[in-house]
Design a protein. Structure first.
Length: 215
């Protein structure tokens, strides 16, 4: 069994597997897509929206903005002990988005979202993502709640792309290509997937052992 890093540039990476069972390599690929946690806007509170964009479309566009995800500090709401629907400092990052066009049309960008905590490391991956265009006199005022989630719940939490294919040089070798949307570095995506896979295997072993004890 051998694993070799072929390429890595911070945004994507290629890993070569040799002698690794196809089921294991494919499990890593699937876990990257569906279960590696990231952070995105889960809830949008619309205080005012006089733009030509409906509330639903505006909220949907904002929810698809990737955020640099500090998954070491924050936990999913269902795993937090705070018990609050609004969340706490361990499970939510709050943002405010206020914009009003004067005499000229204006475009609202992701950089216009202001965090409640100015020192937060959970920020949009780019400040140049357009959200909505306002005509003269139009205004939006929103509260945004960024939370940890997983791709299996909604695609907005999917950390990136993961594909698995056979090597052209050797059919016994398989290549895992991983590309990040910006939430996490590709290396972290792979390591998190492996950690999740290990936990699932350990949980299965524990259940089997407990079943044997009660048999």
């Amino acid at each position: 069994m051998a694993v070799r890093l072929l390429e890595s540039d911070g945004k994507s990476m290629k890993i070569e597997f040799e002698g690794v069972p196809l089921a294991v390599a494919n499990a890593i690929r699937r876990l990257i897509i569906s279960e590696v946690p990231t952070m995105a806007v889960e809830e949008v509170l619309i205080i005012e929206n006089s733009s030509g964009m409906t509330n639903e479309v505006l909220a949907h566009r904002i929810s698809l903005i990737p955020f640099v995800s500090n998954i070491d500090h924050y936990v999913p709401p269902e795993e937090c002990t705070c018990g609050s629907k609004l969340g706490c400092e361990k499970c939510v990052v709050r943002y405010v988005l206020k914009a009003e066009a004067g005499d000229q049309p204006m475009t609202v960008y992701s950089r216009d979202m202001v965090p409640e905590d100015p020192n937060t490391t959970v920020v949009p991956v780019s400040g140049n993502i357009p959200i909505v265009k306002l005509a003269p006199g139009e205004k939006i005022e929103l509260e945004l709640y960024v939370r940890v989630g997983r791709g299996k719940k909604h695609a907005k939490w999917q950390p990136g792309i993961a594909t698995l294919y056979e090597s052209k040089e050797d059919a016994k070798k398989r290549i895992l290509f991983v590309e990040s949307f910006g939430f996490l570095e590709p290396k972290r995506m792979v390591l998190e997937a492996i950690k999740i896979l290990n936990k699932k295997v350990n949980d299965l072993m524990r259940i089997i052992r407990e079943g044997e004890q009660h048999a």
